[in-house]
Write a protein that binds this ligand. Structure first.
Ligand code: HPA
Ligand code: ZN
Length: 336
């Protein structure tokens, strides 16, 4: 599992903040926390659902204040990911919580791109940034965020949408995604995590996004499953997140194999690894154990992670050669 080259397509940088670092950053920046130690923090990570998790997650975000904090956070995640065989990491990051606290966008994005550049040099991992808006805020706020990141256009690969899903359907953000698309950003949207399958359909039809983050609920709708397969829409699934947030209570019934068998390009990702008990390989391991996945199925998952990435086909050629030793397979993987 570790040895297999893979891409991670769904990880929130803020969700990679380990308890030890949260306590360290809090002390360094003079930020008070309701928890005094990493042990107390870990004990607080018994979430009842997405919104309960998000309240803890946003408290954690309060300790990140300076360009250096964002750089260190990015470096720590990318180094760890590289150690798990991750060659390409597309990292979501939500500036709005930090903007609320007066932290300039340049400090945030500047620190992240410093980290990306540093670990590309030291570990050869290809990091990319996806800026994400919070759906429990207004579409106006999301459009404002797009304006704010304009000076960083060259360093922001894509645009996403996360946050509290219930009651905040994708269509609320149709103009945000249209504007992102017009500016040439790649697009992805959380849908079908706690929300219904209809939100997945809406993300495709109203927002025209290229990828769906989670998409768990899609599995209950056969017509939608057929459509996802037909249109080859990548789902960035996160098994340990879904378990910890009670989207599912048992990974032995996780719909990943059913989706794979139906031809949907499913991928495995960590979401918020510091909060959900595992990075990408622990997620692969958990579904492999629960569903007794074969080696061929795991190879399909890692292959999907590259073909579903927003990297150019040319950038992926080398890695596909490793994954598909037969030359004829390489063109199939790269899709050119
Ligand atoms: N869902 C929605 N928004 C998020 C998540 C998630 O799992 N993690 C961080 N923001
Ligand atoms: Zn997520």
């Amino acid at each position: 599992m570790t040895a297999l080259p893979k891409a991670e397509l769904h990880v929130h940088l803020e969700g990679t903040l380990e308890p030890e670092d949260m306590v360290r950053f809090a002390a360094r920046n003079g930020v008070g926390l309701p928890w005094r130690s990493p042990e107390e923090l870990r004990a607080a990570y018994a979430f009842t659902g997405l919104e309960n998790f998000l309240s803890v997650y946003f408290q954690g975000c309060r300790v990140l204040c300076t360009r250096e904090d964002f750089r260190e956070l990015t470096v720590a995640y990318l180094q760890r990911a590289a150690g798990q065989g991750v060659r390409r990491a597309e990292m979501l990051f939500g500036p709005q919580a930090f903007l609320d606290r007066g932290i300039p966008i340049g400090e945030q994005v500047g620190g992240i791109v410093d980290g990306i550049d540093e670990v590309r040099e030291t570990h050869g991992i290809d990091g990319a940034l996806l800026v994400s808006a919070h759906r429990h805020r207004s579409e106006g706020d999301a459009l404002e965020l797009l304006e704010l990141v304009r000076p960083w256009r060259e360093r922001v690969l894509g645009i996403g949408l996360g946050g509290a899903e219930r009651g905040n359907p994708p269509a609320k953000f149709a103009r945000y995604f249209d504007a992102a698309c017009a500016e040439g950003y790649r697009t992805t949207c959380h849908a079908g995590e706690e929300g219904p399958a209809a939100y997945v359909t809406e993300a495709l039809d109203a927002c025209h996004v290229e990828r769906i983050d989670h998409g768990y609920a899609a599995a209950e709708n056969p017509d939608l499953v057929a459509r996802l397969a037909d249109e080859q829409v990548t789902l960035t699934m996160c098994p340990l997140s879904n378990l910890r947030l009670h989207v599912t209570d048992d990974l032995t019934t996780y719909p990943l194999r059913r989706l794979l068998d139906a031809g949907v390009p499913v991928t495995v990702n960590s979401d918020d690894p510091a909060y959900f008990g595992g990075y990408v390989n622990e997620n692969y391991q958990a579904v492999t154990d629960a569903l007794d996945l074969t080696e061929a199925e795991v190879t399909t998952l890692v292959r999907n992670s590259f073909s579903g990435s927003f990297a150019h086909a040319e950038e992926l050629r080398d890695v596909f050669e490793e994954l598909c030793p037969k030359a004829s397979d390489v063109s199939r993987c790269v899709g050119s």
